[in-house]
Design a protein around this ligand. Sequence first.
Ligand code: HEC
Length: 173
Amino acid sequence: MKIVGFIVLVSTLISSCEENTDEGGMGSTADENLFSQVTQSDPFTSYTLFPNVDSIGMGTLNGSTAHRPLVRVSMNATAFNTLQNDSLPLGSSFPNGSVVFKEIISGGQTTLYAVMRKDSANAFSGNGWLWAEYYLDGRVAISVEGRGNECITCHSLEEGLQNDLVRTFERQN
Ligand code: HEC
């Protein structure tokens, strides 16, 4: 009996550690902070749809396969106010606090959130942005702590670099 109790204790300890670090868990404090920013303090439900882009569509760009089948992209006021004539002015970049938010829609339902938030002083930023993916309940699919290592190469393709890594500009009509 004692051995069984010990095994239960050890496996409980191991799984409670995993919850804090593994993908699919609640994530780190940095993940929780970003999720609460985009769902509570500056919620994506108040964002503006990315201008001149089909509200819901399937990207056909070089790299669009990363987010399929359908996507809906919006941005917060800080990001939107940076645009001139629906474009990012040449040579400029998004200021800190900008959020570009993508919902991945499958079977008529949003299944995943992909987030970019400009926070260049943050220890987890990659090329100035925080990068993360979340399930709707806040569980982490891709942690902020990866500093965009799974994201930045593809976001630098095509017109990515001139658009501060925001690729949806390439989908504008
Ligand atoms: C293989 C290429 C590729 C990878 C990897 C990738 N993306 Fe994207 N992403 C795109 C493309 C292309 C778009 C433009 C819209 C579309 O076609 O889906 C996009 C759009 C976005 C948007 C909307 C803002 C924008 O740039 O237009 C967000 C937010 C986003 N991606 C987050 C992420 C995050 C976070 C990661 C890493 C976890 C990631 N992406 C990895 C290709 C990629």
